[in-house]
Design a protein around this ligand. Structure first.
Ligand code: SF4
Length: 248
């Protein structure tokens, strides 16, 4: 008997956690976990691939980039334990998608309702920059997840790399002819293919963006307010229509 989507997602997350396919990233994530940051010397760093997080029946899907070295790579939960996460979860809380505004540790009680967070790369990359081959290697996890998240109506890619990672999958499935028709811009919204989730682009809540004012708290909250309105206004159930591909 095939497992339910929720069970399959849990199994997938377990496979992610055990993954060691990218030598550079495995070495980096484990080195960070050994060296630690002075402020976190008492922590046992996670130091492994970070599984996705949230409500498996979500209608809103957030796509990040990769775990932060001393955030998710330390705590083991996406966007948890660094300033990017502080920014993101506060906005999700204010718009009713998160149960609390802070996300500091895996066991802090935070839950998401109607939202799910994933990333095209699950291991912390040096300088926050994954290489193309690493994105490709991690892609089957992302792709399988998209197939299992059957209620998604709105996708918020957090940054251009997140958008491109998603579009690459659509292009390979012949759901779109080209990626260049969909250009990233904060607040830009589009439909990629008939019956697919709508996309609403958002700057990544990296410190580089938030400390410079490129992305403000208000701008981020407005994105999730819009996402909620888009979800509520969609009339028909929408699926990603992506086939389930097992890792060879
Ligand atoms: Fe595995 Fe993805 Fe981490 Fe590479 S980035 S080691 S494919 S989990």
């Amino acid at each position: 008997m095939r497992p339910s989507p929720a069970s399959a997602l849990k199994l997938l997350n377990q496979r992610v956690i055990d993954c060691r396919l990218c030598p550079r990233l495995v070495a980096h994530r484990e080195q960070i976990a050994r060296d630690k940051r002075r402020a976190y010397l008492n922590w046992t760093y996670w130091g492994r691939p970070v599984p996705s997080f949230g409500d498996m029946a979500a209608r809103l899907l957030l796509i990040g980039l990769a775990p932060g070295a001393h955030g998710a790579n330390r705590t083991g939960r996406m966007f948890t334990g660094d300033r990017s996460g502080d920014f993101l979860y506060r906005a999700l809380f204010e718009t009713g998608f998160a149960s609390q505004p802070q996300s500091v540790a895996k066991d802090d009680g935070l839950t998401l309702t109607d939202a799910y967070i994933t990333a095209p790369v699950r291991c912390a990359p040096p300088d926050n920059k994954p290489q193309r081959d690493e994105i490709l290697r991690c892609r089957p996890y992302f792709e399988q997840e998209l197939a299992l998240l059957r209620n998604v109506k709105v996708i918020v890619p957090l940054g251009g790399i997140a958008l491109d990672a998603y579009l690459c999958i659509l292009q390979d499935k012949n759901l779109i002819a080209s990626r260049s028709a969909f250009r990233f811009g904060h607040g830009v919204e589009f439909e990629t293919h008939t019956g697919g989730p709508r996309l609403l682009c958002c700057y990544h809540p990296s410190q580089q963006n938030t400390s410079t004012g490129r992305l403000t708290a208000r701008m981020l909250t407005e994105i999730f307010e819009r996402a909620r309105a888009m979800i509520e206004s969609s009339q028909t159930p929408v699926r990603t229509h992506l086939a389930h591909h097992d890792r060879p």
